[in-house]
Each structure stands twice: as C-alpha cells, then as structure tokens.
Design a protein around this ligand. Structure first.
Ligand code: NAD
Ligand code: DAU
Length: 341
C-alpha cells in the first residue's frame, strides 16, 4: 500500500481530502502532519484517525528534523501539501506567519523530498497567484499560462512557494505537480471565511459584514469536487505541470449573500452591513479549467444551489463545532478585523 504524507490535514480542505480517501476506501495509508494552529482542529479528523490507515502527527512543516524523521519512519513516497496560513485578511494584519509556513515550510518539504526520495509531490495552490481579472470582460479567465501577479501578502507567499516547486522540478527533477483552485465551500470551513462566517453569524443573530460594494467576483467550488480533482492530478497528472481547478460558477459576493440569506429566511435590509473594503481587494477571479478536463477527464459534480443548502445544513447540525471555534482567540481577531476598524 502507498504511504502518502498529507500536510494541513486538520484544516478545511485537508480534512475533507482525508475523509474522501477513507470514504472511498482508496488503497493508501495517510500520514497526517498538522501543527494545529488556530484553524487546525483535531475534531475535523478525530473520527477517521486509526492506527493502520490514517496516522495523525502534530507538528510543524518548518521543522526539518521532524519531517525527515517521519519520512524515514513511514517510508513516505508521496506528498499532498495543503498546510498553509490561508486567510487573506490575516495576512494583511500580519504577514510573518505566511512567509514562514507558506514559503519556508514548502522549501523544507521539497528539500526533504529531494534528499530522501519522492515519487509524487503535489502542491495545493490557489488561483490568487494570478492576481485579479477585469470585471467587465467576461472572456478573460485565468489559464495555466497567465502570468503570476499576486496582490496580497497571502497570495505573494503562495506564489513564492509555487516558484520553489517549479525550481525543484527544473533543477533537481523532483516529480512535482501543482494545482491552482478557486474558492471552496463546504463542511469544516473555518468561520472566518465569507460563507461560513455569514452562515454562523446569521445563526447567532448577527449581521453579515459585506466588504466594499459587494461586487467582487469569486468562482465557487464545492470542497469535495476540489478533493476529487487533487486525487485525479496526484494519480494521473504529468510531473512538472500546473492544473487549474474551478467550478465555472462565478458569482458576486452580493449574489452569494442573497442566496445564503434566502436559504436562511433572513431579509437583506435587516441582516447585511456594508463594511470598509479589504485593502487591495482582488476584484474578480475566474478559472479556465479546460486543461484538467481535457487531459485528465475531471469536472465538478456538485451544483452550487444544492451543495450550498447541504453546507448550511451542516452548520445547523454542527453548532457545537463552530461555537467552540467562535470564542477565545477568534473574538480578538473579530474585534480587530470588524469592530475597531
Ligand atoms: P485552512 O486554513 O483551513 O487549513 C490549514 C491547515 O494547515 C490547518 O489545519 C493548520 O493547522 C495547518 N498548518 C498551518 N501552518 C502549519 C505548519 N507550519 N505546519 C503544519 N501544519 C500547519 O486552509 P484550507 O482552506 O483548508 O486551505 C488548504 C490549502 O488549500 C492551502 O494551501 C490554501 O492555500 C489552498 N487553497 C484554499 C482554497 C480555499 O478556498 N480555502 C482554495 C484554493 C487553494
Ligand atoms: O480563491 C482561492 C482563495 O479563496 C484561497 O486561496 C484562500 O485560502 C481562501 O481564503 C479564499 O480567499 P478569499 O479571500 O477569496 O476568501 P474569503 O472567504 O476571505 O472572501 C471571499 C470574498 O468575500 C472576498 O471577495 C472578500 C469577501 N468578504 C470576505 C469576508 C471574510 C466579505 O465581503 N466579508 C467578509 O467578512
């Protein structure tokens, strides 16, 4: 059986990925490595950790000695690298942890892979490395050839990591793959990101804070579709290649907010609060995912209208999960981000 190191597996997408592998009974042993930062949560994977197929290790990807030890102990030959500082607003408040985890952490993994051997290394990247698209020219989309032009400290750190991945392919022949995906939504999404923040605020009787004019555009993809695309690239992708992943589902933030409000039976006027815009806020993201469809046969299976309903229902069914998060450190962040600005 293959042994795959999955970093960031206690976060939103990483935990959904490991859950998907277990649910499908894929023939793989997973070593989960996660630092359990403020957004890492053991509860996201506790029910799927077992001695044989899913091993959980708490640790930092920047710790080269630990990474090498795990590599040797479990005979790791494959990596899916999710671990990151992932929230744009936090990168504006303090970019330090983004440089450390997203750039240095990636370099540590790449170097260990190079020194100790690796058959496949998959870098989970983001469409944000391409910067922002014009909102009125709907024919403009991000392709894998679009020049990298990151605009936030978060996306700058992800871009630097992507460049290291590319360099390890060209310089050392490391068999790397890079995926760049659009905005995800679904279960276990940390409630600082727009959709889970809005859903849980409404459940708490709080207004939803819409940035600027609410007309920024994102391309939303259900998290299980993203996980399936990553598994497809890991198994069928060509080393050295980049694959864009998207839902072909562009919406303004106002449209997403309207859908969430409608599903939760809340009128716009009473529940939406326009707040100061995010500095450097990218206007539009749109992914051209024709390469992964054409070359690897992947396409999204979930429709936004049904998957968003299931997602809202998940937050209704899992109040204990998000209420535990929305306390402590979270309140300090919320105050800094939304109240004292
Ligand atoms: P997340 O913030 O929910 O989870 C990140 C996980 O990484 C957490 O469990 C955290 O504890 C762990 N982590 C952070 N620093 C670490 C370190 N130094 N060592 C070990 N573990 C560490 O993030 P997410 O939304 O699940 O995103 C996962 C990846 O997917 C990221 O690389 C992100 O850039 C990328 N991505 C996210 C989206 C999205 O919409 N959420 C879209 C495209 C790409
Ligand atoms: O595109 C992929 C990226 O999507 C990932 O790389 C990031 O890790 C992930 O966090 C996400 O980034 P965004 O910045 O697009 O996601 P966020 O949920 O923070 O914001 C989505 C949109 O909603 C964005 O235009 C900003 C807006 N927004 C966000 C928050 C948190 C608001 O209007 N109000 C808010 O309170």
């Amino acid at each position: 059986m293959r042994t795959t190191l999955v970093t960031g597996s206690a976060g939103f997408i990483g935990s959904n990925f490991v859950r998907m592998l277990r649910g499908r009974n894929e023939p793989v042993r997973v070593i989960c490595l996660d630092k359990l930062t403020y957004c890492g949560n053991l509860a996201n994977v506790a029910d799927i950790v077992d001695k044989d197929r899913v091993v959980f290790v708490r640790g930092d990807i920047c710790d080269a000695a630990l990474v090498a030890e795990l590599w040797k102990q479990y005979d790791i030959r494959e990596v899916v690298h999710f671990a990151a500082e992932s929230h744009v607003d936090r990168s504006i408040l303090d970019s330090g942890p983004f440089v450390q985890t997203n750039i240095v952490g990636t370099q540590v993994l790449l170097d260990t892979a190079r020194k100790l051997g690796c058959d496949r290394y998959l870098q989970v990247s983001t469409d944000e490395v391409y910067g922002s698209l014009p909102e009125h020219d709907k024919s403009a989309m991000f392709t894998e050839e679009t020049p990298l032009a990151p605009n936030s400290p978060y996306s700058a750190s992800k871009t630097a990591a992507d460049c290291m991945v590319r360099a390890y392919f060209h310089t050392f022949g490391l068999p790397v793959l890079t995926t760049r995906c659009s905005n995800n939504y679904g279960p276990y999404h940390f409630p600082e990101k727009m959709i889970p923040l809005f859903v849980t605020n409404l459940m708490e009787g709080k207004k939803v804070p819409l940035y600027g004019d609410g007309m920024n555009i994102r391309d939303w993809l259900y998290v299980v579709d993203h996980c399936d695309a990553i598994w497809t690239v890991l198994n069928k992708g060509k080393p050295g290649e980049v694959y864009n992943i998207g839902g072909n589902n562009e919406m303004t933030n106002r449209e997403v907010t309207e859908i969430v409000l409608r599903e939760m039976g809340k009128p716009w006027d009473q529940w939406v609060q326009y707040v100061k815009d995010r500095p450097g806020h990218d206007r539009r993201y749109a992914i051209d995912a024709s390469k992964i469809r054409r070359e690897l046969g992947w396409e999204p299976k979930y429709r936004f209208d049904t998957a968003i309903r299931q997602t809202i229902q998940w937050y209704k069914d899992n109040e204990t999960w998000w209420r535990a998060i929305k306390s402590g450190e979270y309140l300090t962040y919320y105050e800094k981000q939304y109240v004292s600005r």
